[in-house]
Design a protein around this ligand. Sequence first.
Ligand code: 5MM
Length: 341
Amino acid sequence: MSERLEDIAAAIVANGKGLLAADESSGTIKKRFDVIGVESTADSRRDYREMMFRAKDAMTKYISGVILYDETIRQKAADGTPLVDIIKASGAIPGIKVDAGAKPLAGFPGDTVTEGLDGLRERLADYYKLGARFAKWRAVIDIDTGKGVPSANSISANTHALARYAALCQEAGIVPIVEPEVLMDGAHDIGTCYEVSKATLIKLYDELHAARVVLEGTILKPNMVLSGKKSGTVDSPEKVAEMTIKLFRETVPAAVPGIAFLSGGQEDEEATANLNAINAIGPHPWKLTFSYGRALQAAPQKAWSGKASNVAAGQAAFTHRAHMNYLAALGKWKASLEQAA
Ligand code: 5MM
C-alpha cells in the first residue's frame, strides 16, 4: 500500500473498518488474564493475540489495523511466523503504542501526564523497520471537579506532549493516533464530560497546529461524551451521539480524516450502539469508527480462557464483535443482529 501519511490515515478509517487496540502493557494484560484465570506469560500473551490475528474473517473484513505493544511487535507465532507478518497478510496495518504511560503530574494531585518523549525519535525509526506504519499515544484526563481535576496545567502538559509525539511520528513516516482520553470513571454528568472534552480538544488542536503537524496524516482517538460511571446514569445512544457530534463540530477540523473511538469501560453492546447512533445522524466531515480494546476483547477473552481447544470459540466471539462494530461504523447496526448471532 501507499506509504503517504494521508493514505495510511485514510486506510485506517476506510469503509467501516476500525482498529483493534491490542496494546495492553504487561501489567494491564495480566489484570485481564487474572479475570479469566490465565497466567500471563510471554507465551500465553502470544497465544491469545495470535488467536485474534489469525481470525481471518475479522481481520480481512472488519479490522484495518492493530495497535501492538513493544513485546508483541517483536514476537513470533507458535510456527515461527512473525505476528506482524500475520497481520500484514490479512491486509491490516501494524501499529505500535509508544507512550510510557501516565505518571503523577508534579504539583497537581489527581492529575497525570503521559511520559515517553525521550528517545522517541530512535524508537520510532526502529518500529518503522519492524513494520509499524501508525503509532498511538494516550493522554489520560480524569474528572474530579471537587478537587480541581483536571487542572489547566494537566490539559496543557498532556496536549503539548501529544503534539510533540505527533510531529516525531510524521517525521518518521508514521501516522500518529492522537488519544486524549477523558475518563468515564467519575461521578460527573454528561455536561461536565462535554466541557472537559471541549477544553481538551481546543487545546489539542492548538498544540498540533503550533507543532506543524499535518492534520490530514493523523487520526483522533477520543472518548465519547458520556456521564461518568459512578453517576449511575447510562445515557441513551441518541443523547451520546448528539453531545459527541456537537463537541466534534465545535473542535475537530474537517482536515482530520478520521475519528476512531476508545471504548473506555463501556459495555460491549453499549459501545457498539453508541457508535451506530453517532453515524446514524451523519453525514459528518470525518469518518467515525472504533479503536476498541476492552469492547472488542472482553468476549473473546472469556470464550478462549487460555485453552487451545477454545481457539475457534474465541475467534468467533472476536469476529462477531468486530462485525457488529463494522456495521456501527457504517450506521447499519441493529440490536436484533446481536440476538440473531
Ligand atoms: C488496550 O489498552 C490500552 C491501554 O493499555 P495500558 O493502560 O496497559 O497502557 C489503551 O490505551 C487502549 O488502547 C485505549 O484506551 C482503548 O481501549 P479501551 O479498552 O478503552 O477501548
